[in-house]
Design a protein around this ligand. Structure first.
Ligand code: GLU
Length: 418
């Protein structure tokens, strides 16, 4: 893993790589490479023991030409201004890649949630929601879950916003619990699009997913659901990892039992259904048919990319490969299916949640999953036709060509406000 690579610079490099296949002037492209605004705030929080702690939080609104800003809020010690800028930009191109009517945003609070009580987390989240209130709204900017946040935090943000605004507006945030206006299928949605992308990718490459060996790095919401759903396709998940390390079994792991162990003990370490414990690096370089990085950005740098033995990589995390790693993968002919398609299921079902909130009419889970499948398979087809019709060197660049075209067209149509 590389801490030295700035994810915001990686995003700008990805845009430049794709721009070479498009005919836009540098000034239009410049607008697509910078956030429109970034909120940086220092929240003063009362701890349970009466002391006051100051925590730093951000919200980046990258581009709103295609619709309201949209994207998650993460709680992690590594959160920085440039990280949220990058993540908000990836949201812009993700929403454009799958053709849903949103711009991109992302927020984060720099902390380790494991070090705070539930009451403290509630005060932190509500304090952040109070700061966000003028910026968000169902037609302005719509937060959602990301690393270390979920339904509980979204319900707090919704309640804080609605209380301060004296209204009901469930579509101000997505990823809520069902009884607070959440959508069925939202929790599984990111893992589901990883599975759908994998299914389409193997089919396109003429590979059999039945019996294919799989390693999954990161066993949070995205990784654990993706593991279960590719297992349901007949794949053999042989290794999974979290920050405590990896567990491996050549005969295949029981992905649900591994998840239960993680929920019960807080980590995968000590899971008895595995024959071996490995390091994260060993997992990433295992000889498997499919590697799913599902943790944080920069998990695979250029050096590690030289060692990757998987034939196919499907990105569940945002930005798991550095640009250098990407070049190495392209050179080594490893097929990498990019984050902005593969993990777009989360924001796509957030879109369905928002549509349901606005209509106050709720869908059954089958409808959610069917609509998600249509959107991901259509986007996959667009990716493949662009890949074949341009000489784009990678699936990532081809997907960015599709996405940038859509955002740049909307930006040109919006014009410049004097
Ligand atoms: N955090 C997720 C992502 O990175 C979901 C965002 C959303 O639902 O708005 O795509």
């Amino acid at each position: 893993m590389s801490d030295e690579v700035n994810p915001f610079e990686s995003l700008q490099e990805q845009i430049d790589d794709a721009a070479a296949y498009l005919e836009y002037s540098p000034d239009v492209l410049d607008r697509l490479k910078h956030p429109e605004r970034v909120l940086e705030t220092n929240l003063s929080i009362e701890m349970d023991d009466g002391s006051i702690e100051v925590v730093k939080a951000f919200r980046s609104q990258f581009n709103g030409d295609r619709g309201p800003y949209k994207g998650g809020v993460r709680y992690h010690p590594q959160v920085s201004r440039d990280e949220v800028k990058a993540l908000s930009g990836w949201m812009v191109y993700k929403c454009a890649a799958v053709g849903i009517p949103y711009g991109g945003g992302k927020g984060g609070i720099r902390l380790d949630p494991g070090e705070y009580s539930a009451d403290e987390m509630e005060r932190i989240t509500r304090s952040f929601a109070k700061e966000l209130r003028p910026l968000i709204g169902e037609d302005r900017d719509i937060p959602a879950p990301d690393v270390n946040t979920g339904q509980r935090e979204m319900n707090w943000i919704k309640d804080t916003y609605e209380t301060l605004e004296n209204t009901t507006e469930p579509g101000v945030v997505t990823g809520k619990a069902k009884d607070s206006g959440g959508s069925l299928g939202r929790v599984e949605a990111t893992g589901r699009s990883v599975m759908l992308t994998t299914r389409e990718a193997f089919d396109y490459l003429g590979k059999d997913i039945e019996g294919a060996t799989v390693a999954v790095q990161g066993y949070g919401n995205a990784g654990s659901v993706a593991a279960k759903l590719v297992e349901d396709l007949g794949a053999n998940v042989v290794a999974v990892s979290d920050s405590s390390g990896a567990v491996y079994d050549a005969d295949g792991l029981d992905t649900s039992a591994a998840k239960d162990h993680k929920i019960e003990t807080g980590s995968l370490s000590g899971y008895e259904g595995a024959s071996e414990e490995l390091s994260n690096e060993e997992l990433l370089t295992m000889d498997v048919d499919l590697l799913i990085p599902a943790a944080l950005e920069n998990a695979i740098d250029g050096d590690l990319a030289e060692e990757v033995q998987a034939d196919v990589v499907v990105e569940a995390a945002n930005g798991p490969l550095t640009p250098e790693a990407d070049d190495v993968m392209t050179e080594r002919e490893v097929s990498v299916f990019p984050d902005i398609l593969a993990n777009a299921g989360g924001v796509t079902v957030s879109y369905f949640e928002w549509v349901q909130n606005r209509q106050r009419f709720y869908w059954n889970e089958q409808r959610v999953n069917d609509e998600l499948e249509r959107i991901i398979t259509d986007a996959f087809d667009e990716l493949v036709s662009t890949y074949e019709n341009t000489d784009a060197p990678s699936f990532r660049t081809a997907m960015y060509v599709v996405a940038i075209e859509r955002v740049a067209t909307a930006a040109e149509q919006s014009g410049i406000w004097p």
